[in-house]
Each structure stands twice: as C-alpha cells, then as structure tokens.
Write a protein that binds this ligand. Structure first.
Ligand code: DSN
Length: 418
C-alpha cells in the first residue's frame, strides 16, 4: 500500500515494510472470521490510548510514590484503572501493572510462596494454562507442581478427584481457572479443599473476566486469595494482565511485582486498561457479554446438530472444545482447512488426547470477536454450517474457496475497523 492509501501514514513515511504489515493486519482482521477464544478486537478508544505518548514515560513505583518526576499523568491513568478494576470486580486491591497474564500469575505465586513450594493446578493437557504448573513453564520449574484434570466421562472437573489429589499433595497453593474449559468453576468447592490444607487459592479468570465482571459467571472474589486475569480476552481491553487480592496480600503483591519482577510499568497500556474498564462498567458491556454467551450456545447447538462432539457436551461460557476424533480429522488439519476459508481458530489438545500438542484431536472455538463485530445467532449458525462443510473433507480446496468468498461478504456486512 502506498503512503497515500495506508492507514498508517506516519509509519509508512519512515518504515514502509512495517506499515504494509499493519495495513495487511487490518485487512486480515476485517476480512476473516476469528474464532480464537482468547482474542478480541478492542475499541478505537482503547487502541488510541494504547498508541498514545504515555509510552514515553517511566513511572517505576505506584501512584504518588514514583521514582521519577513528571508522573502526574501516569498517576491519573493508573489511579483510574485501579479504581475501575475494583468497582468492576468488587475487589479490595488491584494491581494493574502486570505486562501479561503470565506476569500476573507469577506475582500471585511469589507474593506468598517460596521456590520449591507445592502448587496444584489444572493440567495443561486438560485445559489448564502453561503458568498453572506446566513443567516447561517457570511455574513448573520454580515450584513443585502437581495437576488435576477433568473426568474422562463427563469432561468436567471432578471435585472429589481434586480433593483426593490435594490430600496426597498437600499443596501450598491451589490454582483454578483454565484456557480451554467450557464450564463454570466451583469456586466454593476449591475454597473448601484449600481450607482443608491451609492452602492459598488463586483463580485465573483470564478467559472469563468479562462474564465475571457482569455476573454471567460466578465470581471467585469472595473465595480466592488472589484473582488474576488478562485484560484483552472477554474483557476487551489492551493486551496485558492484572492481579487482584484481599487487603492482607496487597502490600506483598505490589512489592513482588515491582521491584520484584518488573521495572517500569507500561503506562500507555495502563491508560488503555482504564479506558477498557470504563467501557466494561457500562450497561452496554453487560448486554455484549450476554450476546457472547448466546452466540456460543448457538454455535455449540448447531455443531452438535452436525454431529460434532463437544467436550462436556456443550458450553456455559464463550468457548467450546470440539473433539474431532469421530470425524477422522486432526486439529492441525482442521485449523488449516478452516483458515484457508477465512475462518481462524486454533488446534487444541482435548483431554486424554492421543495426539501430540502440535497435531491434537480438537479445535477450540470462541465467540467474543464475532460478537464484537455485531454478529448474532443467524450469522453464527451460518458459520457452523460452513465449518461442517469444510471439515467434511479438509482437502476439498474448492469448498474452501467458495466459502472464503462468502466469509468475505459476511465480514463486509460487519466491519471491524474502518
Ligand atoms: N494463550 C492464551 C489462550 O489462547 O488461551 C492463554 O494465555
């Protein structure tokens, strides 16, 4: 794209290669149907705040207690983000500085644990997250990590099994939350098990934060010592993390994150978090979360009608995990066939998956982005029909091309970014 037609003229004037990639990304986001459950399209206001000149400012420390002069505007945006986060989730304390969900989780762990302490989290292979104790992650290297999973029969977390494992492990912290779990979490059940072993309880609500904030998923705040989240998934903010906790852990959390783990906060991202939290406090955001859920139910229902198996039989939230074994396709093949038709999702291991994580037997689908674009149940049902048509024969490139054109037409009717 030339300098005169690019949406990024200031970038193009200096660096046409990056400007071309930015323009191509805008086109990709506009012209494809993204069903990656952990992604969302943030608002123009969030984008503008994140792209602001607050990126220039060093503000090590916290509002009113900085290690640099000139932090008055940084203080304003960070105080706004904190107060709005507290109002959104009803928490005692919020630290909005984590650069990511991974930093947020590390902060919660190190606020109260020592290297070598035992943590018990959901297995990565069953829908948990890397940072919940996977051996390849810092969480499985620094701590002695153990895991629980889902039941083979129901696909849901069996709390008796969690209790049995906890009784053997005697963890110092129990970690709840997941990256690919379509059902509600039993926060009270986890709290009871944690209490039996005098363990801390951490809830990672990265995926479901938007629903927790609006009451469509029960909140872990009354039960968990620490609640961590990312800000860019169902919450629809900028890419980043946050740790929330009870008063008693506030000082430890703040000190652990800075100066313990991070240096200067990304003040431009914190400004964007403040904007996103303001959006999330609006009545429109609650309606938006309800539509994400209605769309997920519609997508799940139509896929079931097409003979797809869903782990746990359906969904209570924004995502579903499709078990492709009865269709004789791998997750990797499904991902690439769908992508060729302009439908973007991710291959995902299913519980007890016989295939390795690079291939998998499943795909994970989510509805936040379709909903952000204004699509409703009629569009979602059409998308399920396309998914079915494509996966009947993932090698049929003629079907993929035909549907690619229809996807483009549908996307044109629901533009994402002007
Ligand atoms: N990678 C994210 C996801 O896709 O769920 C979690 O961090």
């Amino acid at each position: 794209m030339s300098e005169s037609t690019t949406r990024y003229p200031a970038v193009a004037a200096v660096d046409p290669e990056v400007a071309t990639a930015l323009d191509a990304e805008r086109l990709r986001e506009n012209e494809s149907l993204v069903l990656i459950a952990s992604e969302n399209y943030c608002s123009a206001a969030v984008l503008a705040a994140q792209g602001s000149l607050l990126t220039n400012k060093y503000a090590e420390g916290y509002p009113g207690k900085r290690y640099y002069a000139g932090c008055e505007n940084a203080d304003t945006v960070e105080r706004l983000a904190i107060e709005r986060a507290k109002a959104l989730f009803g928490v005692d304390h919020a630290n909005v500085q984590p650069h990511s969900g991974s930093s947020a989780n590390m902060t919660a762990y190190l606020a109260v644990l020592k290297p070598g302490d035992k943590i018990l989290g959901m297995a990565l292979a069953h829908g948990g997250h890397l940072t919940h104790g996977a051996k390849v992650s810092f969480s499985g290297k620094i701590f002695s990590s153990f895991s629980y999973g889902v039941s083979r029969e129901s696909g849901t977390i069996d709390m008796d099994e969690v209790a049995r494992i906890a009784a053997i492990v005697k963890p110092k912290m129990i970690v709840t939350g997941a990256s690919a779990y379509p059902r509600f979490f039993d926060w009270q059940g986890f709290r009871d098990i944690a209490n039996e072993h005098k363990a801390y309880l951490m809830a990672d609500i990265a995926h479901i934060a938007g629903m927790v904030a609006t009451g469509y998923h029960p909140s872990p705040v009354p039960y968990a010592d620490f609640v961590t989240t990312t800000t860019h998934k169902t919450l629809r903010g900028p890419r980043g993390g946050m740790v929330m906790c009870k008063h008693e852990h506030a000082a430890a959390v703040d000190k652990t994150l800075f100066p313990g783990l991070q240096g200067g906060p990304l003040v431009h991202v914190i400004a964007a978090k403040a904007v996103a939290f303001k959006e999330a406090l609006s009545p429109a955001f609650k309606e938006y979360q309800a539509r994400i859920l209605a769309n997920a139910r519609a997508l799940a229902g139509r896929l079931l009608a097409h003979g797809f198996n869903l782990i746990s039989g359906g969904t209570d939230n924004h995502l579903m995990l499709v078990d492709l074994q009865n269709k004789g396709i791998t997750g990797a093949d499904a991902e690439s066939a769908l992508h060729a038709a302009g439908i973007t999702c991710n291959k995902n291991g299913i519980p007890f998956d016989p295939r390795p994580p690079t291939i998998t037997s499943g795909i994970r689908l989510g509805t936040p982005i379709l909903t952000t674009r204004g699509m409703g149940e009629a569009e979602v049902v059409q998308i399920a029909d396309w998914i079915d048509a494509i996966l009947r024969d993932p090698k049929d490139t003629a079907v993929q091309s035909r549907i690619r054109a229809q996807v483009r037409e549908l996307c044109g009717r629901f533009p994402a970014y002007p």
